[in-house]
Design a protein around this ligand. Structure first.
Ligand code: IMP
Ligand code: MG
Length: 173
């Protein structure tokens, strides 16, 4: 299959998850956290991280589609915020799978910011800084990677590979 080269093994993801949870807990204000994940890519990382926080969390979801089919970003981002939950006055943690051009994150942050959360922090599993088109960063980053198209642990190529336990480089044959 075209996704055989493992970039980040399962064990590395799991140990980084524990570190990220500690980093986040050290700076998050006390009390409940509303964890918002961007579907579908962030679902597996987002749920694992939310549980690793071991604190009172509620969950919200956004759907963002920017890629359409294949591996090239279109630059257009469509957001569905109907399942976001209450944001105003709450401590919100936004989670995504990967920060690439930055269009998705920037548009999502605008939407959340407009709803006046008490605090808004961000976490991504991976960052591909080389590809950035919008000046934006995440507060917490699991792994900074080179410019590969990756799949697994939530990330897809045309909806395939999301349930792989590790992160792999997608190389079309
Ligand atoms: P951005 O708007 O270009 O930053 O795109 C972010 C979204 O594109 C992520 O949430 C992913 O869903 C998707 N994406 C970006 N890079 C990859 C990749 O290497 N593999 C799979 N999906 C990706
Ligand atoms: Mg995504």
């Amino acid at each position: 299959m075209p996704a055989t080269e493992i970039l980040i093994p399962e064990a590395d993801i799991q140990s980084r998850l524990t570190e990220l949870a500690a980093e986040i807990n050290a700076v998050q204000p006390d009390g409940p956290v509303h964890v918002v994940m961007i579907l579908k890519g962030a679902i597996i990382f987002g749920v694992d991280l939310a549980r690793a926080l071991e604190r009172n969390t509620t969950l919200g979801f956004l759907t963002a589609s920017s890629y359409g089919e294949g591996t090239q970003s279109t630059g257009r981002v469509e957001i569905d915020a109907r399942h976001l939950g209450d944001i105003e006055g709450r401590n919100v943690l936004l989670i995504d799978d990967i920060l690439d051009t930055g269009h998705t994150f920037s548009k999502t942050l605008d939407i959340l910011g407009d709803k006046r959360p008490a605090t808004l922090r961000t976490c991504v599993l991976m960052d591909k800084p080389e590809r950035r088109e919008v000046d934006i960063h995440a507060d917490h980053v699991g792994f900074t990677i080179e410019n590969h198209f990756v799949v697994g642990y939530g990330l897809d190529c045309d909806e395939a590979y999301r349930t792989l336990p590790d992160i792999r480089i997608y190389a079309p044959e």
